[in-house]
Design a protein around this ligand. Structure first.
Ligand code: SF4
Length: 337
């Protein structure tokens, strides 16, 4: 394939190995971050992490040297904070940033060869999954059914079920948004693993200072407010346990937790606090959703805790002997305070 990605692509996708080639070529040493002209890059990386911690995507885009150095600085900052929630949230929002660029590129790129190259570099090179253009319509993408099923199994919405997709000749046909959404978790994991694998020594002071600033500003303050996990039914306990580790829960699990907490009399603030560790936490959206479930917004209908059989069908039931024959988590024998 003689066609190559250009520097404009590397600015958007700095996690590609090819993108950081100029770092190798220019023999950039970590000490270079002590130079005054790097202040702009370190400040930019700090702002990028701050924006992400507020649950937003950092949208600014500059030339590729600036972007690759900012990306690298942000990885170092996050690593140095040594706070798992910051690491997870940064990985997620970096994945969302790349996702937005990739959807835009796949929708607007007129050159089919360039489009195929992007698909190859990102899907095949990074995630070992083949994605092609539909031979009859370059706005449609296709993926093998087996690859689709592996990735879509994490999604619970009806629209992702294979019966609701166009399937032909062993392929599933998808639009740009869908094909990119399918690899969001893998992209987030790729960035997460990059940070975990970093080995930092003799880090320049300007980076250390900014990392300390971020750690202080975004250190978790919610731990003491979390309810005692041991008091809840196994399904709720399991979900809270995952949440406290910064894992992303499916919508159905969030609904289960929120309706349960509302039913046992927890106030809106304390329920919103519970969702704080989620990598994609957004206070405004979470508060609206919890208020909606409480019947304070929208149709003013208060939502009930789903039944045990419904939770079982959604793979959210983690029954133990203590559950006995109960039909709803609210009937669990040890009702919390
Ligand atoms: S049986 Fe009911 S209460 Fe027990 S884990 Fe399953 S859903 Fe939860």
């Amino acid at each position: 394939m003689s066609l190559k990605l250009g520097t404009a692509d590397f600015a958007k996708y700095p996690f590609l190995n090819e993108a950081s080639k100029f770092l190798t070529e220019s023999h950039l040493d970590v000490d270079e971050f002590n130079r005054p002209e790097m202040e702009y890059i370190i400040d930019r990386a700090t702002i990028r992490v701050e924006v992400e911690m507020q649950g937003k995507i950092y949208k600014n885009l500059e030339r590729h040297e600036v972007e690759v150095l900012t990306f690298l600085s942000a990885l170092m900052l996050v690593k140095l904070t040594n706070i798992e929630q910051i690491l997870k949230k940064h990985s997620l929002f970096e994945a969302l940033r790349a996702e937005a660029f990739l959807i835009q590129d796949l929708r607007t790129e007129r050159d089919e060869k360039k489009k195929q190259l992007l698909l190859f570099e990102i899907f095949k090179e990074l995630f070992k999954v083949e994605v092609d253009l539909d031979p009859e319509n370059a706005q449609v993408f296709r993926m093998k059914v087996t690859d689709y099923l592996v990735r879509s199994s994490h999604f619970h919405e009806e629209g992702w079920k294979i019966v609701n997709k166009a399937v032909h000749g062993g392929y599933v046909y998808l639009d740009a948004d869908e094909i990119v959404r399918l690899v969001r978790n893998e992209l987030g994991n790729l960035i997460y693993e990059k940070i975990r694998a970093m080995s930092l020594s003799n880090v320049p002071q300007p980076i250390v200072q900014k990392a300390n600033y971020l750690a202080l500003k975004f250190r978790p303050t919610y731990e003491n407010k979390l309810p005692r996990i041991s008091d809840y039914p196994p399904c709720i306990k399991h979900a809270l346990d995952l949440m406290s580790k910064g894992e992303n829960l499916p919508h159905t699990a969030r609904l289960m937790v929120a309706t349960y907490m509302l039913s046992i009399g927890k106030n809106i603030d304390s329920i919103v606090t519970l969702f704080h560790p989620a990598p994609d936490f957004n206070e405004k959206i979470t508060r609206y959703q919890v208020e909606h479930l409480a019947g304070l917004k929208g149709g003013q209908t208060r939502y009930n805790v789903p039944s045990c059989s419904k939770l079982n069908s959604e793979d959210l039931c983690f029954r133990t002997l203590d559950c006995g024959e109960i039909t709803n988590p609210l009937k669990f024998r040890r009702r919390p305070d």
